[in-house]
Design a protein around this ligand. Structure first.
Ligand SMILES: *[C@@H]1O[C@H](CO)[C@@H](O)[C@H](O)[C@H]1NC(C)=O
Ligand SMILES: *[C@@H]1O[C@H](CO)[C@@H](O)[C@H](O)[C@H]1NC(C)=O
Ligand SMILES: *[C@@H]1O[C@H](CO)[C@@H](O)[C@H](O)[C@H]1NC(C)=O
Ligand SMILES: *[C@@H]1O[C@H](CO)[C@@H](O)[C@H](O)[C@H]1NC(C)=O
Ligand SMILES: *[C@@H]1O[C@H](CO)[C@@H](O)[C@H](O)[C@H]1NC(C)=O
Ligand SMILES: *[C@@H]1O[C@H](CO)[C@@H](O)[C@H](O)[C@H]1NC(C)=O
Ligand SMILES: *[C@@H]1O[C@H](CO)[C@@H](O)[C@H](O)[C@H]1NC(C)=O
Ligand SMILES: *[C@@H]1O[C@H](CO)[C@@H](O)[C@H](O)[C@H]1NC(C)=O
Length: 767
């Protein structure tokens, strides 16, 4: 699937849908809201009944009685595990009455989030029988909850072969629905449930011709992400013969629970929160969220609040960073209690060669798996290919008379990448060159085109167009080389969303990068790999790109670490992954960034702490742990008032004196600081606390690499541990010397012992 194009398409649909919806509902004056409530205000009577449902029902009833006619308020979901509150269809008037009720905290209007659309275990150093993939480590039970488009349960990746019975602590159910029965669950897929009340309130009834009001996946996205996180071993997997090998999830003995909250136009917040609520109450260990919305302050982000509730209960939450790169501050899902995952290329590429009639040879990529024409074909582009829109190969723009037997150059943009190929084929073209513009730069995403086609980067695309324009007789030959391994990797994908984070500038986001380009994983048998209905091909595995694909790698790896270290908190697991990453590629050079086209290497605002290294993460030496109280103090430092803090923590939390708290003090495994460009000798001092999980008697010395324009003092410079579990603190003073020419500068702080190296990146933003 063309993840990025599909996402853009979805975004467009989404914007259209929202416009239509808001205007049609404006007339009805009714919307869906996630309503946050203060449970401590529950009436004594309801407390005795033991649930908050009754309280909310009574409240909805009373506002219906008060309102004079019109649409009735309707309760959709009750939330008790990850947030306190409910979601409901409410008119403006209902909302006003509700806001007067004792216990009302806030209400946020429901919105639709987007999906952020096998070789990878090997690339990550995971081998059968060794280290994290040894029998002992895989024996214990870990359950990964995936909130997504559902699952295709019959897929071989979800066979339960070799798995012991479902752990008794598991409380989840397999919820039947259209084309989904309780027998679709097994020892691998241990639970499945669909949530669509919020979606249907926004977008109308789920279209049952093309989707299912059940956990069955109609898009492929959820099947793909679930199998990446925890799919079983499937030998002989490939995509149309390409990328042959064993497909497997990051923790192939993990159990999977599928919570479907995403449909054709996206995922409604109220459904996402309901899915997370169910997952936590069912007993998942890890939650995987390959979706996101517009970045907002944490107190206004119901998914972030729900994630906080999950983390409080010990559930590790990983989320995709988004596909809105390379523009700055595009990262989403930035709450510090989530792991925010960026996407990078692996060492596997699918090269395509374009040989021009004048002898130039250009390199690109393709997933086209059939034969390419070996004789030169004439080129057609824009005016020489058709009418209005022919440059982009949009529907009905290409003229069969002009295009027949030719290789058509199509610019990216407007329509989906694979759809352009479909248009060329329908017009009788022999092949396609998919041309990047300045916006796409040198990013090369391999697509399963329906005809011989190659994607070219911006520079090569310019060369082809110049040549094509220089003669009426321009020709080209396309050749495809299949999968080729061992190219320099990792490389940051240009589409991967970037920091700095808008609402938590004292934390580097994203946190980490993992494989997210050209990922082979399970695919439903009734959906074509391009998702085009005219495409008759069917595959068991599909190759897809996006931070949606990198996120489940981290979810699965978190499950692996959790089975090795049962007692580690979500923050400890995240710290272990972040401080043991690598930042050099396979050739020993700093990890490159496709977006900067070789001119400079990638920065922590692209890859966070670096690329995940599973075996190293299993033995990090020291961890930066974070407790609920630390987060609450962090909220104080962000100047959240008591109502806003109450959203995360039901009780009364008293903030320390303002002078005692600063945002940078959250015990995070990375540092982000902001200084004014004109500042001279401005200093910030932060405290960190590390816990020894390595060798009882060990000594760590600090090694600092100072960012440009900064000097750093660490006290003490040596940490001497005497036992496991011991915590020691240190202080870092960051001094801005001023006079810098860059907007950002980067460095690092590393604690080094004989056996471990614990690295934290330092990112400085010059304002
Ligand atoms: C439902 O999906 C089918 C198949 O994609 C489509 O033909 C039909 O128009 C859709 N119906 C609605 C109401 O959108
Ligand atoms: C093609 O060449 C003509 C003149 O030779 C020029 O005016 C035009 O801008 C060129 N088009 C492109 C796309 O390079
Ligand atoms: C056009 O290209 C064909 C094939 O490459 C070649 O045989 C022919 O001589 C060329 N004609 C012109 C006018 O360049
Ligand atoms: C906290 O701030 C919100 C938003 O400005 C406001 O609605 C609320 O009343 C405030 N709460 C307190 C206790 O000040
Ligand atoms: C929270 O504080 C308020 C006012 O200080 C008090 O009325 C209330 O009982 C407290 N609630 C809890 C759960 O401590
Ligand atoms: C900054 O501090 C250093 C050492 O304290 C001092 O030598 C220097 O003059 C100061 N610079 C400015 C511009 O204040
Ligand atoms: C710094 O940011 C400004 C404003 O965003 C931009 O115009 C400028 O090009 C940036 N400078 C560098 C060196 O990137
Ligand atoms: C730690 O490193 C030292 C020196 O490299 C080595 O001798 C020792 O065996 C290591 N200990 C452990 C537990 O790995």
């Amino acid at each position: 699937m063309a993840a990025e194009a599909a996402m853009i398409l979805r975004t467009i649909l989404l914007v259209l849908a929202l416009n239509v919806v808001s205007s049609s509902y404006a007339a009805m004056d009714s919307n869906t809201y996630v309503v946050h409530m203060d449970e401590s205000k529950m009436k004594a009577f309801d407390v005795s009944v033991g649930t908050s449902r009754r309280w909310y029902e009574a409240m909805i009833q009373s506002i219906n009685v008060d309102s004079d006619g019109g649409e009735e308020a309707e309760l959709l979901y009750v939330y008790e595990n990850v947030i306190s509150g409910f979601s409901a269809r409410l008119s403006k008037q209902h909302l006003e009455s509700l806001a007067k009720e004792d216990g009302f905290v806030s209400a946020t209007m429901d919105e639709l989030y987007n999906l952020h659309t096998t070789h990878s275990p090997h690339f990550l150093g995971l081998e059968e029988g060794v280290g994290l993939w040894d029998a002992e480590n895989l024996a214990s039970d870990v359950i990964i909850g995936v909130v997504d488009t559902g699952i295709w349960p019959e897929h071989p990746s979800f066979r339960s072969k070799g798995l012991p019975p479902v752990p008794s602590r598991w409380r989840g159910k397999c919820k039947a629905g259209p084309k989904f029965t309780t027998s679709n669950c097994n020892r691998k897929l241990v639970g499945a449930k669909a949530f669509f009340k919020g979606y249907e309130a926004i977008a109308g009834r789920v279209n049952e011709t093309s989707d299912y009001r059940s956990p069955r996946d109609s898009q492929g996205h959820g099947t793909h992400t679930s199998s990446t996180a925890g799919g079983n071993l499937v030998k002989g997997a490939s995509f149309l013969g390409l990328a042959k090998g064993t497909a497997s999830g990051m923790r192939y003995t993990a159990r999977i629970a599928a919570y479907k909250a995403c449909y054709q136009l996206g995922c409604a917040t109220s459904d996402i929160v309901a899915a997370m609520e169910q997952a936590v109450s069912d007993g998942v260990d890890v939650l995987s969220l390959s979706l996101g919305g517009v970045s907002k302050p944490y107190y206004a982000d119901s998914m972030a609040i729900a994630a906080f509730g999950a983390v409080k209960k010990g559930v590790f939450v990983s989320a995709s960073a988004g596909n809105s790169g390379p523009s700055g501050s595009s990262v989403s899902n930035t709450a510090p209690w989530m792991a925010t995952v960026a996407a990078s290329y692996m060492d596997r590429v699918f090269p395509a060669r374009v040989e021009l009639g004048d002898g130039q040879i250009l390199l690109g990529t393709t997933l086209y798996s059939g034969k390419a024409p070996t004789t030169p074909s004439h080129l057609a582009y824009g005016d020489t290919a058709g009418g209005r829109g022919a440059r982009f190969c949009v529907a009905n723009s290409l003229s069969p008379r002009l295009v027949k037997g030719r290789i058509v150059i199509c610019d990216r943009g407007i329509n989906n990448r694979v759809e352009k190929g479909e248009q060329v084929r329908m017009a009788g073209g022999a092949g396609m060159i998919l041309a990047n513009g300045e916006n796409q730069g040198e990013e090369l995403l391999a697509d399963a085109h329906v005809l011989p086609a190659a994607s070219l980067g911006a520079a090569a695309s310019k060369a082809v167009k110049m040549y094509s324009n220089s003669t009426t007789n321009a020709t080209a030959v396309l050749t495809f080389e299949g999968a080729v391994y061992n190219s320099p990797a990792p490389v940051m994908a240009a589409f991967s969303s970037r920091g700095p984070s808008l609402f938590g500038p004292d934390i580097i986001k994203p946190d980490i990068t993992a494989p997210g380009v050209n990922i082979l994983a399970a695919w439903p048998p009734n959906i074509s790999p391009t998702e085009l209905t005219s495409d008759r091909r069917r595959v068991r595995f599909n190759i897809v790109s996006g931070t949606s694909m990198s996120c489940p790698h981290i979810s699965g790896l978190a499950a692996l670490l959790k089975s090795r270290h049962r007692k580690w908190s979500p923050a400890a697991i995240k710290s272990a992954m972040m401080t043991t990453t690598y930042i050099l590629d396979s050739q020993g050079s700093p990890i490159a960034d496709v977006a900067s086209a070789g001119s400079s290497s990638a920065t922590p605002f692209a890859f966070g702490s670096g690329h995940v290294s599973p075996q190293m993460a299993a033995d990090p030496g020291l961890i930066y742990d974070v407790f609920t109280k630390d987060y609450l103090t962090y909220f104080c430092s962000l100047s959240y008032n008591s109502t806003q803090i109450g959203l995360f923590f039901g009780g009364n939390f008293t903030c320390p004196d303002a002078s005692d708290v600063q945002t940078g003090d959250l015990n995070y495994p990375s540092f982000a600081v902001q200084f004014s460009r004109s500042a001279k000798n401005t200093t910030s001092t932060y405290t960190r606390r590390v816990t020894n999980v390595g060798i009882a008697v060990s000594s760590y010395a600090v090694k600092v690499s100072e960012p440009q324009g900064i000097s750093i003092i660490v006290r003490p410079r040596v940490l001497n541990f005497r036992k496991i579990g011991q915590k020691l603190s240190y202080k870092v003073t960051i001094i801005a010397k001023g006079i810098v020419s860059t907007n950002f500068s980067f460095g690092s702080l590393v604690w080094i012992s004989d056996n471990h190296s614990v690295r934290s990146p330092i990112g400085v933003t010059w304002l």
